[in-house]
Design a protein around this ligand. Sequence first.
Ligand code: F6R
Length: 608
Amino acid sequence: MCGIVCYIGKDKAMPILIEGLKKLEYRGYDSAGLAIQDGNHIDCYRSVGKITELEKKTNDLEINGTSGIAHTRWATHGEPSERNAHPQTDVREDIFVVHNGIIENYISIKRKMEKAGITFRSDTDTEVLAHLIALNFDGDLNEAVRKTMSSVEGTFGMAVVHKTVPGEIVVARRGSPLIIGVGEEGNFAASDVAAMARYTNEVVHLNDNELATITKKDFHISTAQAKTITRHAETVEWETEDAELNGFPHFMLKEIFEQPETIRNAMRGRLEKSEGVPKLGGIMPVWDRLKECRHMVIVGCGTSYYAGCVGRYIFERLTEIDVEVELASEFRYRKLNFPPNTFVVSLSQSGETADTLAAIREARRKGAHVIGIVNVVGSSIARETEAGIYNHAGLEIGVASTKMFVSQLTILTLLALLLGRHHNLSLTDGMEAIRELEDLPDKVRKILSEANHIQSIAEKYYRYSNWLFLGRQYGYPIAMEGALKMKEVSYIHAEGYPAGEMKHGPIALINPDMPTVAIVPRDSMCDKMINNIQEIKSRRGPVIAIVTEGDGNLKEMVDDVIEIPATLDFLYPILAVIPCQLLAYYSARFLKRDIDRPRNLAKSVTVE
Ligand code: F6R
């Protein structure tokens, strides 16, 4: 979604901000803009489309200012256009503000302001912030922002500059991420570490309802109630390689091919082979309660939710815990009534998904313990959970999540194994699970070595406009995830369905123009899946089957086969999802889609 990057230092701000905006492109955006301060003068530029459009506009200009704020916008209020792009400004054009999030009471504020004679120049909710800050300003920008925070409802990460206050950028946060970056030759603020990672990996996280004044040499944080906060910078791990394509045509493909390493990174240092049990230091603070837990709810959105759906089956297989899985966007509005010692496990790559954050806050309010499985270190969910496990998957740039899914499945397996061993899972079963987990990276590599075969299947079917993905038990969430990937990057309509539901409706869709991807590994559901495949074939529906190596009888029954190596039933999802990802990727490529930036999608969904 929208991105913010700010710089104040000794170098020219323009190239630093443009580069920062480019690093935020992966989040999804439709327009961009920046405001550069040079003494008592502020130049503002905005454009629709790619950052290169903004660059074209500013390339030949002499812009020397050494501080500025910049933004990529993903339209929520008002169409993507120059006048709706940020920075937004007040009537006198003294104040410039960039904003992520949504000001929920902007209509009532706007009406009052219009009555008082203020003419609005955009359709955005953000413009009210600029006018409010201008009205609240009497020489102290920090104070004007603080007063404004108390009159707006909703969410914001914002950065503000004022013509008459050179040398200061004021940032504030409620609900949308904002991080201060402490550099040697200047300071930064951004919604995402990626935007400033080239210059610094020393970061300070702002909490909700905090604001900060950032100068060339310093930063001062305080709360909305004007209480001073002392917070020191922490060092974040950052591989600059993560942000480069390294010869791959798209980040999605690069990240699919990174998955053997992603699985290894999720397990690194966490396996006690001889005990058949994982070591998960991050959840030790809650271990005494967790080990007694008999009721768990897994929450997440999108791909993270589907990982949770697989997680439920894994927990049921390895532990004695009753597990529910819920979409965070629904869970947050439920009337929750938890049995004692319920644990809510939140899954999130970004750690900033608004619905997941709201869900964990509600769960805590209702007395549940909340832990997180999160990729982005120091993100809001990581900080608002009692304990958690990091994925250590590195930056995921492709808007369609791929490596995060296998990482989440790996970590859910480790967590279930840890609890299962504490319940009644035997040492032999624990050791076998660890052995199989350790073999997964090579097995994934083997599937990836068949990418050309999967590409040729995508070439055969990419013109079909409706696909069905079917699976049972562990394969059902993989069918859902496969269909989601296909929709997201190729814009092909795809349905993910539990195969057992076919007869209750979807079978009506089967005809020669609707390919079905059937997830049929050699597990306890295999025979039932074969029955479903026969039903489809007898209605002349094309079938692409994802099967376990050597299942020759299936080859004769279906149109195309993709083989995956054999593993334990509860580990098949980690293997079976890889061909689905590749089918979606190659179909999108044949259809010439913008794979890393699919239309209307954003990487991090920080609004409801
Ligand atoms: C799908 C995708 C989204 C995310 C969802 C949750 O490819 O990327 O469905 O999985 O928005 O995001 P996180 O995991 O950051 O909470």
